[in-house]
Design a protein around this ligand. Sequence first.
Ligand SMILES: Nc1nc2c(ncn2[C@@H]2O[C@H](COP(=O)(O)OP(=O)(O)OP(=O)(O)O)[C@@H](O)[C@H]2O)c(=O)[nH]1
Length: 466
Amino acid sequence: MVLDNLGSSLRGSLDKLRGKSRLSEEDVAEIVKEIQRSLIQADVDIALVQELSSSIEERALNEEPPGGTSARDHVLRIVYEELVALVGESTDLPLESQTILLAGLQGSGKTTTAAKMAWWFSKKGLRPAVIQTDTFRPGAYDQAKQMCERAEVDFYGDPDEEDPVEIARKGLEETADADIRIVDTSGRSGLNETLIEELKSIEELVAPDRNLLVLDAAIGQGAKDQAKAFGDAVGIDGVVITKLDGTAKGGGALAAVDQTDSTIAFLGTGEEVADIERFEPNGFISRLLGMGDLKQLAERVERAMSEQEAEDEDWDPEDMMKGEFTLKDMRRQMDAMNKMGPLSQVLDMIPGLGGGLMDQLPDDAMDVTQERMQSFKVIMDSMSEEELENPRSIGKTRIERISRGSGKPEETVRELLEQHKMMSRMMKQFQGMGDSDMQRMMKQMQQQGGGGGGMGGMGGGGGPFG
Ligand SMILES: Nc1nc2c(ncn2[C@@H]2O[C@H](COP(=O)(O)OP(=O)(O)OP(=O)(O)O)[C@@H](O)[C@H]2O)c(=O)[nH]1
């Protein structure tokens, strides 16, 4: 993830400020050094790093912290604001009819991004279509078609036509009914005349409303040259950074944004159509600094919940809040969790849990958790209706039988029952909360994610700065 180490290394230095009400020059110097180190490691352009660190330094030393603010909160706020300014606004993408052209080098993820973006727009209630003009890479047509089928969006391509401009022309005609037309172009292994000329001809014909440059997060310093070449050729309005789920650092993309005077539109976080996020500077930086990104989380939860409801007509999440929390409810929750995406990504979005928790866990702890959920499901499949509805009836003999039936150790069956007990207790606590408490909590979560993006605090408690 971009600037991955920044959150944890910065938290380390910030923790040393606990209890202090004033910042010394040494404190500021240490924090600035920490930030510089992380940014440079994340492949952020040196000139950008210099610019950022001098404004942080200047502000931290000269600005008077608002009354009652600790030195730590003061610095964190400045770092947050400056980082938000560094990554810039999100690319303007009104939810209305438009044509978007995707450009980028081979393998950057254009084809995948086209389908993901189409999926994203379709979830916003628009009708998108992908036009695949890549005649260069064998297989691009099939790949695009399959992904669009998975995304359940319209697709146009022609594997027998060799001229990409001709495909684009026909594609526009064929997709006239769509609201959003996403034109995917071919890439080459390096920047060359042919690629640029082809792109220019497609651009001229299509006359897109927006040109987006797709960049692999691993690109590093090369991003600047690429961005310049594409920017000179067709003009770039926004950047999509892909493969942020991997180990890549992504800092290079910031140079591309700077170079083309553009902004970031989307982030790609996996190979599936749903692995896309609209870039939101506040949430992005909050998450980076371990303050969580409640808005993204709320969106995912909402989506998973409505998918779950669509699949499972008898299920009403409100029921769970009222009566007994059964193993069936637990299984549904696990399914909903799975729909939200990898657990590690979900946890990363929860303020306070985010970076902090991830740092404490061994690297493979998350996989184990996913694996454990899988085992739990297998075990539940070996239980009878009655056992699922009334887990308290499961004694020693039944545990033995379930273990044999599921092929999982008795130990794991017991762990499942333990886990259920814990969740059940938690649900009881929620049930104890009045409706208004619950509503207040939800509202706070939404406001925080949508507005100040993590600056607003989580109500009366310590808040994300605590
Ligand atoms: N993990 C991960 N993989 C991705 C992501 N986006 C794309 N990929 C993978 O990257 C590879 C290249 O993606 P494509 O979409 O084929 O790239 P392209 O830019 O269209 O390539 P050309 O058509 O050759 O120009 C594929 O294996 C994708 O599955 C992402 O966000 N995360």
